[in-house]
Design a binder for this molecule. Sequence first.
Ligand code: S3P
Length: 433
Amino acid sequence: MTSGSQVLVRPARNVRGSVVLPGDKSISHRYAMLAGVASGLSRLENYSTGADCASTLACMRALGAGWEQKENVIEVQGSGLSLAAPTRALDCGNSGSTMRMLSGIVAAQNFTSEMVGDESLSRRPMERVIKPLTAMGAQISSQQGKPPLRITGAQLKAIDYKIPVASAQVKSCLLFAGLFADGETRIEEPLRTRDHGEVALRAFGAQLERKSLGAGSEVRIRGGQSLRGVEARIPGDLSSAAFFLCAAALFPESQLAIPHLLMNPTRARLLDVLMQMGLRISVTQLDQVNGEMVGSLQIQGGELKGITIAGADSAALIDEIPVLAAIAPYTEQGIEVRDAKELRVKESDRIAAVATNLRRMGATVDEREDGLRIPGQQALHGAEIDSFSDHRIAMAFAIAALRADGETLIQGAEAAAISHPAFFQALEEVAER
Ligand code: S3P
């Protein structure tokens, strides 16, 4: 099935079975970073197997936080709030989360760190963290706002900061920095984004205050609090589940089970949207683990109606839009995406990547600066797809391929390993032919 970096995906007639997903990527990054600056041992079960989360662990080791893998558990020996000066550049690989969130921690250390990334990460905007961290007292140089970053840490001062563009990575970066700062840091976000940073800080023993502010929110954290290690089982990644949920949505007879999945309300908008589109989803064994909701899903196919994603939904569904857009031609009324300009500065320009690949499969697509309009009731044919070295594009088009006429060749399929190394095997297991 896999040859080098290409994967051939054949059409399916149904999706059936059960999928176990890697630990949530957003939570894994945050736990690894906080475990590194906590005191004592943390045990992180079901830590994401994705290459991005391995980048975070490698950076933490370079900063003196030792860890060991024991079967499905990563044991991190916390260093307390002071890390060790790295002897070489911190390699964040493809991971924007690693660079942006870890910059909030290294900005508070009494040494200089260099943070580098791969070609894709080297093109991504970092001013969003450089500006507020500089205002807190760190010295940061960059290549016109892009990586590599050279960060000279300082005793930070608290900040009162309104984040201009909704970003959970920026929010977490500043909360992490705020933990080390003198005084109380207050962060305001224009739209509510995923709250794993806040939930994780509490799980590690920090106190913070949160309040809704219209469609957004405010978080306050006092500096100088110490963290203690945790025992955690990381729930399955909801953004990885999105590919399988969309696969199930393609066939009325689908029957899929997904155990132990993250159900955090700031991430679960996808489930509402898919139910509005006609997928039947029931949740059992709902539970809370270290402040995060977890549940098991039973999914049944149904109709496949169209939808419009705009405003706060675009921020809430930012990682799931590529796969929703990739199945849009098969919906009854099509899908329109607006207010999603951030997609242009992800691992690839995801608006352009989706439009290019859908057209290769024969679809009509209207590409716009901040989104896409994709008419429904279109038949697609198999084609050669380019992942643009972006995991979510590779996986989104493997899903679109399931209902196409003929085979689809995904070039650059290895990108899937960034978040879900076993993706293609897992898909083969549930795709009935
Ligand atoms: C993430 C936040 C989102 C998302 C990314 C993970 C996080 O990025 O796209 O995959 O874990 O906080 P932004 O915060 O830049 O929107």
